[in-house]
Design a protein around this ligand. Structure first.
Ligand SMILES: *[C@@H]1O[C@H](CO)[C@@H](O)[C@H](O)[C@H]1NC(C)=O
Ligand SMILES: *[C@@H]1O[C@H](CO)[C@@H](O)[C@H](O)[C@H]1NC(C)=O
Ligand SMILES: *[C@@H]1O[C@H](CO)[C@@H](O)[C@H](O)[C@H]1NC(C)=O
Ligand SMILES: *[C@@H]1O[C@H](CO)[C@@H](O)[C@H](O)[C@H]1NC(C)=O
Ligand SMILES: *[C@@H]1O[C@H](CO)[C@@H](O)[C@H](O)[C@H]1NC(C)=O
Ligand SMILES: *[C@@H]1O[C@H](CO)[C@@H](O)[C@H](O)[C@H]1NC(C)=O
Ligand SMILES: *[C@@H]1O[C@H](CO)[C@@H](O)[C@H](O)[C@H]1NC(C)=O
Ligand SMILES: *[C@@H]1O[C@H](CO)[C@@H](O)[C@H](O)[C@H]1NC(C)=O
Ligand SMILES: *[C@@H]1O[C@H](CO)[C@@H](O)[C@H](O)[C@H]1NC(C)=O
Ligand SMILES: *[C@@H]1O[C@H](CO)[C@@H](O)[C@H](O)[C@H]1NC(C)=O
Ligand SMILES: *[C@@H]1O[C@H](CO)[C@@H](O)[C@H](O)[C@H]1NC(C)=O
Ligand SMILES: *[C@@H]1O[C@H](CO)[C@@H](O)[C@H](O)[C@H]1NC(C)=O
Length: 465
């Protein structure tokens, strides 16, 4: 088996630098692009309701704006509209990492992070059954690129950004060279379609123009409709797939963080085309759905209790929770290792997942590696809840950003949350890091945390391994 070290040796020093440098130079990127080869493992594992799962996320659009868009309405008419699907935080990055690991780890910013290797992700779950997986990140310069951004090289407009690439942020993925080669770009997507080398699970991220981040719902939905219509002509992509179209978060922070979402693809039975599903879902639901579909274990985090898309839960007999959303916002963070801004404070403790004999909503228990790694610790939160939930509520978030009541991370209807999804910084140096991480203490232990950007600029060879 090829180890990360072997790949570094064969691909040369440039890769070693890139692994730890948030802002590699163009020549470093070009050097790596010339040597790193994409990989496209395939598999053919039957599922309960679909054989492939692809999700495509757009950016920062309120439910009302998306649901009013003509192209979104058109796409919805071709599938199932999810009218009660929620993002879990602000800004972007916590939502993306949630979809991979079942937790936002209190992330409340869009900075350069590396989540420690002992945190498992959907990649580990899929690997238990050798279900092939990948990512397609538009305009990522080469497979497994770990830099903070790769901009349009003519006008330097935002293009590929790491904060929208869920798996690369996890060291359990990024420290494994063969996994990195499965994190590819749109050129590779069309190649994989043409060569019939599609993975069974993929996360698909358009660039900052196409995803509405730097444009608007009209532009992005026109792009998305064209993209979907092209994909539909490729039966190896379409016929046995469940495709989730959603948004990372709402544009405006003080409102409820419900995002307009659609299920599409050949896996949708004809009689459900054009229907509406008002079950309560979150970004954690895509994990629970994938687990139920392929009978995979849970990560023991908020994927454990998450509601499962009816398309699958109807077949497994699982009854989804009804959730009272009347005071729900899901728009604020809490204390944790990745929190650092005005919403909350920093804590060095990584939340412990469930490791007992919980069955979780998918019904297949908790991943053994999660039990082995975290089993000595009591779970930090009530992860069997369908909504992010806090067992020591009140202790860890100071007013005025406290949660209502004693239980839920409901978020707050507070005008102090005046931000919007468009205000997140494009520059890695735009946010103020807490002393605990900006000193470089976390990275100098060789384990985890934010790579202090000012420091890394002078220490390009800082080791990850
Ligand atoms: C996509 O990645 C390939 C390497 O797999 C690279 O050759 C190509 O330039 C990249 N495409 C874009 C648009 O960046
Ligand atoms: C990343 O973004 C910054 C700020 O826009 C830009 O100066 C830099 O050239 C970008 N890096 C790459 C590799 O595109
Ligand atoms: C994003 O990709 C589209 C093609 O899908 C391209 O037209 C656009 O220029 C790209 N954005 C940037 C900033 O390069
Ligand atoms: C690296 O990733 C591959 C593919 O996900 C997996 O099969 C392999 O076990 C991983 N290797 C290590 C050392 O974790
Ligand atoms: C939407 O974005 C596109 C591309 O940036 C722009 O041409 C168009 O004018 C924008 N429309 C509105 C209503 O802002
Ligand atoms: C995919 O589905 C379409 C429409 O039902 C059908 O015409 C086509 O033969 C299918 N292709 C494959 C490869 O199953
Ligand atoms: C699931 O079952 C319910 C109740 O029988 C039904 O109303 C709904 O249409 C089904 N949904 C899906 C997606 O199969
Ligand atoms: C397993 O679950 C049962 C009840 O379902 C409980 O009584 C028992 O203590 C649990 N065992 C462990 C090790 O958590
Ligand atoms: C997981 O890794 C982090 C960072 O290295 C460490 O602080 C934590 O103690 C580890 N947790 C377990 C259960 O090993
Ligand atoms: C955890 O959440 C579930 C679902 O909301 C609830 O039924 C259960 O009582 C909660 N457990 C604790 C210990 O609060
Ligand atoms: C918020 O707090 C008030 C006052 O304690 C309570 O009546 C209300 O039910 C709480 N709402 C939620 C969603 O917990
Ligand atoms: C939030 O509070 C404002 C006034 O403080 C109110 O107008 C608005 O309706 C509230 N929003 C929700 C979703 O409850």
């Amino acid at each position: 088996m090829q180890s990360a070290i072997l790949l570094l040796a064969s691909a040369g020093a440039a890769v070693a630098q890139l692994a730890t440098t948030s802002e590699p130079s163009l020549s470093q990127i070009q050097q790596a692009a010339a040597t790193v080869v994409p990989s496209s493992p395939t598999s053919n594992v039957e599922g309960v309701a679909f054989k492939q799962f692809y999700q495509i996320w757009l950016e920062n659009i309120d439910y009302s704006a998306a649901s009013g868009d003509e192209n979104q309405k058109y796409l919805a008419s071709k599938g199932i509209t999810l009218t009660n699907y929620w993002a879990v935080a602000h800004p972007s990055e916590p939502n993306y990492i949630s979809s991979a690991a079942g937790d936002q780890f209190a992330l409340d910013n869009d900075d350069f992070w590396q989540i420690p290797e002992n945190v498992s992700t959907v990649a580990d779950l899929l690997d238990t059954k050798k279900i092939s997986w990948g990512e397609y990140q538009e305009h990522s310069p080469y497979p497994g690129f770990q830099g903070f951004n790769y901009s349009n090289q003519e006008n330097f407009a935002n293009d590929y950004v790491r904060k929208h690439n869920p798996l690369v942020i996890f060291d359990s993925v990024a420290s494994n060279a063969s996994r990195l080669t499965q994190i590819k770009n749109f050129t590779n997507l069309w190649d994989d379609i043409k060569n019939d080398k599609l993975p069974q699970w993929a996360f698909i991220t358009p660039n900052m123009t196409d995803d509405a981040h730097d444009t608007n719902i009209t532009f992005a939905s026109t792009w998305e409709r064209g993209f979907i219509e092209e994909l539909e002509t490729h039966s190896n992509f379409w016929n046995e797939s469940l495709i989730l179209l959603t948004f990372d978060e709402t544009e405006h922070y003080p409102i409820s963080n419900k995002v307009f979402s659609i299920l599409l693809g050949g896996a949708i039975p004809k009689d459900l085309v054009g229907t509406v599903d008002d079950t309560f879902y979150t970004h954690y639901s895509s994990l629970a759905t994938v687990q139920a579909n392929w009978r995979l274990p849970s990560l023991g985090r908020w994927d454990c209790g998450a509601n499962i898309f009816q398309l699958v839960s109807n077949k497994t007999g699982y009854t989804n929770y009804e959730v009272d959303t009347s005071n729900l916002y899901l728009n604020s963070s809490f204390i944790g290792p990745l929190s650092q801004n005005v919403y909350s404070k920093y804590s060095s403790t990584w939340a412990a997942p469930l490791t007992g004999n919980q069955t979780c909503s998918a019904g297949h228990g908790i991943l053994q590696a999660v039990k082995d790694t975290w089993g000595k610790l009591a779970p930090t939160y009530n992860y069997t809840s369908p909504v992010p939930y806090d067992t020591d509520a009140g202790k860890d978030v100071s007013t005025p950003f406290s949660r209502n009541g004693t239980t839920w991370f409901t978020g707050v209807n507070d005008t102090k949350l005046a931000g919007t999804g468009t205000s997140d910084g494009a520059s890695p140096t735009s946010s103020t890091a807490p002393a605990a991480t900006s000193s470089g203490a976390a990275s100098s232990t060789g384990t985890t945390g934010k790579l202090a950007l000012a420091v890394s600029a002078f220490l390009p060879f800082l080791a990850v391994f």
